[in-house]
Design a protein around this ligand. Structure first.
Ligand code: NAD
Ligand code: GLY
Length: 368
């Protein structure tokens, strides 16, 4: 596997006249005017939260040209805020500022801010420009790329939303220096996901590199972010609205979303729930004869090395999983569709899992 340097790197999400760049590198937000090329006009609103604002709002301001009509909105923090009430606060602020269709929203923060700001942009005056400035590992490798925007509903994760692509994604890898270790581990779950779904070599590299990644070693982080974004860009360009291959990006999510919604949004981090969900998907794949028990143990060791939970919540029974899983967006009519693994590095969508095999997995999967 070739060496990757931590220096600046640019990828493209190829979507015809809606194509956009992903710029990755240390210190990108410190470049004066770094966000200028993607502004639709002079009206700009930075939306962030109360944790990220003291860390990076000033830097983000400086990444804009001096002559913009700038507004800033600082929302409360947390997955529990990812709802229509907080998206409405963005619309209120835009209207109070008199912003028109040529305005640009800047999403400065993790996936919660990115998903809400993207959805606000998709709907405001039927669609305005937005730029993603992701500051968590999870947002840098996944949520800022690909245009899935939206909010949670008490009955289901990400149930209200729209596809709306950003104009650019600016990933300043320096922002990871302030990220709490638990959040870093949650982001690693999505990085591991890419290896599992379509890149066995990347998975093997990750297996060796998790200690360096958890130590924020710059070259290792650069490789993980660049490869994850490249895989995501490739899949999104192939299938923007998830008619086919994009569903593979949901590996672990059908189980994981059930955990997040059941436990109350924010109690389990999204990446933690996805990590455990991927292990559940792997165990189910093994029960179907696709993965060996060695494969499952290998994945368990990778997730452990990433600092992720390996057991489902003690209080979640089989019906708690099944009732949430039946609301999954991938389902067609009343058929459950699950992303499973034919091998580590080769995922597929399966709609023929026997009910009793799933039921037994849900009964027997370890709880903690
Ligand atoms: P998050 O946005 O809640 O951020 C995690 C925590 O880190 C928050 O407390 C945040 O304030 C804080 N934070 C952010 N940047 C920081 C920094 N640099 N230093 C210190 N603290 C920082 O969570 P997340 O893991 O980034 O995103 C999870 C969300 O993303 C979920 O809602 C999930 O559904 C969504 N998601 C969306 C997609 C998509 O394609 N749109 C993909 C994956 C996940
Ligand atoms: N995170 C899943 C997707 O973007 O499709």
């Amino acid at each position: 596997m070739t060496q990757t340097s931590a220096g600046p790197h640019t990828l493209e999400v190829a979507l015809g006249d809606r194509s956009y760049p992903i710029h990755i590198g240390p210190g990108l937000l410190r470049e004066p005017g770094a966000l200028s090329p993607w502004l639709a006009g002079r009206q700009v609103m930075i939306v962030t939260n109360e944790t990220v604002a003291p860390l990076y709002l000033e830097r983000c301001r400086k990444a804009l040209p001096d002559d913009v009509e700038l507004r800033e909105l600082v929302l409360p923090d947390g997955e529990a805020t990812k709802n229509l009430e907080h998206v409405s606060r963005i619309w209120d602020a835009l209207l109070e500022a008199g912003f028109n269709r040529r305005c640009t929203l800047v999403a400065l923060g993790g996936g919660v801010i990115g998903d809400m700001v993207g959805f606000a942009a998709a709907c405001y005056q039927r669609g305005v420009a937005f730029i993603q400035v992701p500051t968590t590992l999870l947002a840098q490798v996944d949520s800022s790329v690909g245009g899935k925007t939206g909010v949670n509903h008490p009955l289901g994760k990400n149930m209200i939303g729209a596809f709306w692509q950003p104009r650019a994604v600016l990933i300043d890898t320096d922002t990871l220096a302030t990220l709490p270790p638990r959040e870093l581990s949650a982001g690693l779950a999505e990085v591991i996901k890419y290896g599992l779904i379509r890149d066995a070599d990347f998975l093997a590299w990750l297996e060796r590199s998790l200690p360096a990644l958890r130590d924020l070693e710059p070259d290792a982080l650069a490789r993980a972010i660049q490869r994850s974004c490249a895989l995501k860009a490739e899949i999104v360009a192939e299938d923007e609205t998830e008619q086919g291959v994009r569903a593979l990006l949901n590996l672990g999510h059908t189980f994981g979303h059930a955990i997040e919604a059941h436990q109350g949004y924010g109690n389990w981090l999204h990446g933690e729930a996805v990590g455990t969900g991927m292990l559940m998907a792997a165990e189910l794949s093994s029960r179907l004869g696709w993965l060996s028990t060695d494969d499952v143990e290998r994945l368990r060791a990778i997730l452990r090395a990433a600092g992720l939970p390996l057991e489902a919540p003690a209080e979640m029974g089989v019906d708690d999983f099944l009732s949430r899983m039946r609301l999954d967006k991938k389902n067609v009519d009343s058929r459950l569709r699950l992303v499973l693994l034919r091998a580590l590095g080769d995922a597929c969508v399966d709609d023929a899992t026997p009910e009793e095999t799933l039921q037994t997995l849900l009964e027997q999967f370890p709880r903690g």
